[in-house]
Design a protein around this ligand. Structure first.
Ligand code: PEP
Ligand code: MN
Length: 264
């Protein structure tokens, strides 16, 4: 299989602009769950850049549990992300939820995110495979390692070899946390596959106060990067405020991460 170490023994390094994912550098992709307004995304972008993030995250198309919840600013949100990139130099990662939007999202984004709920949307996987953008493939909430690797195989088989895995927690009997962050997937994937592995401690816990510890644990486990939710006013966020770090908490976490990275 194309995803396997048997196919390629050396690690895949994904080059995006001046950055390399899967190499020495640990990447932090930070930003709000949803793009809400120009002020919100620009303020967050400046703050996370200042603290050391290399990518700006933010959803413009939101897969929500309830059809009555905020569904995203759509193209307006993509334009705001592009504006934030212009202002800060951060690269942009954002989710695409529908085959009909792939071209549009690829026009604005530097990395296309496939959400957990779409991990086995094979038609969407085949469509993003046709773009020349790197793909961040989130783990389905109940997907096995094998199913997840086969989802990545769809993208590679479609001709796009720039794929990274993202562990974002799975559904277990535990309810204190939103999901159970399965950090064993980091070394497991790295032994079976050559593709980079990113960890999302925000969806992986659902609680902002658990995020810094799980971020450090992910990096200690060997993750190539982190994708984390940050909001200027988490209590006012339209989505995922409970798991979002404030700008100050994010900056503090980045300092702890720098100390840890030195030690590793
Ligand atoms: C998100 O990144 O905001 C998101 C919806 O993540 P997931 O697909 O992992 O639930
Ligand atoms: Mn979210």
């Amino acid at each position: 299989k194309l995803v396997s170490r048997e196919f390629q023994s050396g690690n895949t390094i994904i080059k995006i602009g001046d950055h390399e994912i899967g190499g020495e550098e640990i990447h932090v992709m930070a930003g709000p769950c949803s793009v809400e307004s120009r002020a919100q995304i620009i303020e967050t972008a400046h703050a996370v850049k200042e603290a050391g993030a290399t990518f700006l995250r933010g959803g413009a198309f939101k897969p929500r549990t309830s059809p009555y919840a905020f569904q995203g600013l759509e193209e307006e949100g993509l334009k705001l992300l592009a504006e934030a990139r212009e202002e800060t130099g951060l690269l942009v990662i954002t989710e695409v939820v529908d085959v009909r939007d792939v071209e549009l999202v690829a026009h604005y984004a530097d990395i296309l995110q496939i959400g957990a709920r779409n991990m086995q949307n094979f038609f969407l996987l085949k469509e993003v495979a046709k773009t020349n953008k790197p793909i961040l493939l989130k783990r389905g909430p109940s997907a096995t390692l094998e199913e997840w690797m086969m989802a990545a195989e769809y993208i590679m088989d479609g001709g796009n070899y720039q794929v990274m895995f993202c562990e974002r927690g799975i559904r277990t009997f535990e309810t204190y946390t939103r999901n159970t962050l399965d950090l064993s997937m980091v070394p497991a994937l790295q032994s079976l596959s050559h593709l980079p592995v990113i960890v999302d401690p925000s969806h992986g816990t659902g609680r902002w106060n658990l995020v810094p510890a799980m971020t450090k644990a992910a990096v200690a486990a060997g993750a190539d990067g982190i994708i984390v939710e940050v909001h200027p006013q988490p209590e006012k966020a339209v989505s995922d405020g409970k798991q979002s770090l404030t700008l100050a908490n994010f900056a503090a976490m980045m300092e702890e991460l720098a100390v840890l990275s030195q030690a590793l």
